[in-house]
Design a protein around this ligand. Structure first.
Ligand SMILES: [Zn+2]
Length: 305
């Protein structure tokens, strides 16, 4: 899998024996990027066989303990191993200051570089390379909070091995063919690109929204993503609690998915008040016609689908 997400924790603030606090790891071309880091995240990484040394980015949506407190432990453990490289923590300023002072006490020297990228509450691109863009957008919670959107860049076309051999195309041309250029032979003959290549795979996208109350502006920010993870702390039986606490119900998550026109909805951040996740999918299905997946620890989802 070139682009996938592992669910390490999908419970809400109070941990239960069924669910860990929030944490996920997005993997893109072997690079790991963590979203939120509740307590126990490092143990879940071990259980789910995700290598510390491949972790390059940590995105923290907001500074509440159940999304943040796993980070000092994880970084301290990573400091025991000679991982090298740089880990960038994308975080609100208060969280960055807090983490910096904790790390100064716990382990002032790490065998890898820790960089801090300060998140602002408005929409912004926070990571951009030739394969992927990661951007933030506002969520509507009790403290400043952002969601994260991962968009793959358009991919390269596939070379048709037989066709390029037949036309005697030199290796120097392969990259240009992948990018869609027509081939110009040494004698000036032009061969259309689609006779030498096959179409590129689709570029896929993923968005993460936790924690937030229902707000149509969230749907605008995640419009058109393939896979949407949206919190569903409650069912509609506790609807009156959801907005004042800065959370959503499963039916509201479904409405966001419908408004945004996503292909697939993943639910999580379940309140401790429920002892089964099944009703969440059923309730979201009343407001969203596409597939609904209830997250659980250990779930790996292919995001390239
Ligand atoms: Zn929160």
């Amino acid at each position: 899998m070139d682009f996938s997400v592992d669910i390490l924790g999908c419970g809400s603030a109070t941990p239960t024996v069924r669910h860990q606090p929030t944490c996920q790891v997005v993997s893109h071309r072997r690079r790991l990027m963590m979203i939120d880091c509740g307590e126990g995240a490092q143990l879940q990484m071990r259980r789910q066989r995700l290598q510390f040394g491949r972790l390059r980015h940590v995105f923290i949506s907001h500074i509440h303990g159940d999304h943040f407190l796993g980070l000092p432990g994880l970084l301290s453990t990573m400091a025991l191993h000679d991982t090298g490289g740089t880990v960038t923590i994308h975080c609100f300023r208060r969280g960055a200051e807090l983490l910096r002072s904790i790390m100064n006490v716990l382990c002032s020297e790490t065998p890898f570089q820790i960089e801090y990228d300060i998140i602002e509450p408005e929409r912004a691109v926070i990571l951009d390379d030739d394969a992927l863009t990661v951007s933030t957008f506002p969520l509507y919670h009790r403290v400043p909070a952002v969601g994260f959107r991962f968009d793959e860049k358009p991919k390269l076309r596939h070379i048709d091995g037989e066709a390029v051999r037949f036309h005697g195309v030199s290796n120097a041309w392969m990259e240009r063919l992948r990018r869609g250029e027509d081939y110009v032979a040494p004698d000036g003959t032009v061969i259309a690109n689609d006779r030498l290549t096959r179409p590129a795979d689709r570029a896929c996208s993923y968005a993460y929204c936790s924690d937030t109350m229902f707000d149509p502006r969230v749907a605008e920010a995640v419009a058109g993503v393939d896979t949407l993870y949206h919190e569903s702390t409650y069912l509609d039986d506790r609807l009156e609690k959801a907005a004042p606490r800065g959370h959503s119900t499963a039916a509201q998550a479904g409405r966001i998915a419908t408004l945004a026109g996503v292909r697939r909805l993943v639910l999580g951040h379940y309140s401790k008040s429920y002892d089964s996740d099944e009703p969440f999918a059923a309730e979201a299905a009343t407001t969203f016609a596409g597939p609904v997946i209830t997250a659980h620890e250990g779930l790996r989802l292919d995001l390239d689908f």
